[in-house]
Write a protein that binds this ligand. Structure first.
Ligand code: AMP
Length: 213
């Protein structure tokens, strides 16, 4: 199964993608996580992407398309995968089409901007394994360390309030049109993000199961 999560930054794509990956036994491919790992390891791609990502801008299409092409060739993608954070522009969506890749379902997670802003403020991540938490809605067991590996949780630089405002603007201008792009292919399922993560998870499961082959 090939599943794509669409939605504003902070809408909960990563959380739902992680859950769905475990439930269905297929990998999640998050371009944001790949880019953050490359920045951490100071690879050439990481160094090129750093200034874009930390200021909330999109990394150029050709760079992320290259990342995705390389990642989708790996063996673990043979039985399907989940795309989280790709595509983010029409050019990227067209690149998937050109690769002959068709999604079984595109889950559009919808959350108001005001809610996004308050959520991003509380988001925390594990720099080691990439797990995401929220100080209020999804805290780790002790509130400050990752449950998977004990790493101290941090706030992403691009989750600061000024950068979030820019990211939302870019989202509305460049990524939101993808909903219509995929709606015209008849594969979009809308999930309204709920206050309680488990409720959003239940709706996400239902949306995916409704089209499961
Ligand atoms: P995310 O973790 O999905 O919120 O992505 C974090 C950052 O990585 C974004 O703000 C962008 O700078 C960069 N990024 C991730 N995915 C893409 C993409 N598909 N196109 C362009 N930039 C991306």
């Amino acid at each position: 199964m090939k599943i794509m999560f669409l939605g504003a930054p902070g809408a909960g794509k990563g959380t739902q993608a992680e859950h769905t990956a475990q439930r269905l036994g297929i990998p999640t491919i998050s371009t944001g996580a790949i880019i953050r790992e490359a920045i951490k390891n100071s690879t050439a791609m990481g160094l090129a992407a750093k200034s874009y990502t930390e200021s909330g801008k999109l990394v150029p299409d050709e760079v992320v398309i290259g990342i995705i092409k390389e990642r989708l060739e790996k063996d673990d993608c043979k039985n399907g995968y989940i795309l989280d954070g790709f595509p983010r522009t029409v050019v990227q969506a067209q690149a998937l089409d050109e690769m002959g890749i068709e999604m079984d379902v595109v889950v559009s997670i919808e959350v108001d901007d005001d809610e996004i802003i308050s959520r991003m403020n509380g988001r925390r991540v594990c720099a080691k394994c990439g797990a995401t938490y929220h100080t209020k809605f999804k805290p780790s067991s002790d509130g400050i360390h990752c449950d998977n590996d004990g790493e101290l949780l941090t706030q992403r630089k691009d989750d600061s309030p000024e950068v979030v405002a820019d990211r939302l603007k870019i989202y509305h201008e460049q990524t939101e049109p993808l909903k219509d792009y995929y709606a015209s292919k008849g594969v979009v399922k809308v999930v309204y993000g709920q206050k309680n993560v488990d409720d959003t998870t239940r709706l996400t499961d239902e949306a995916i199961d409704s089209i499961k082959k």
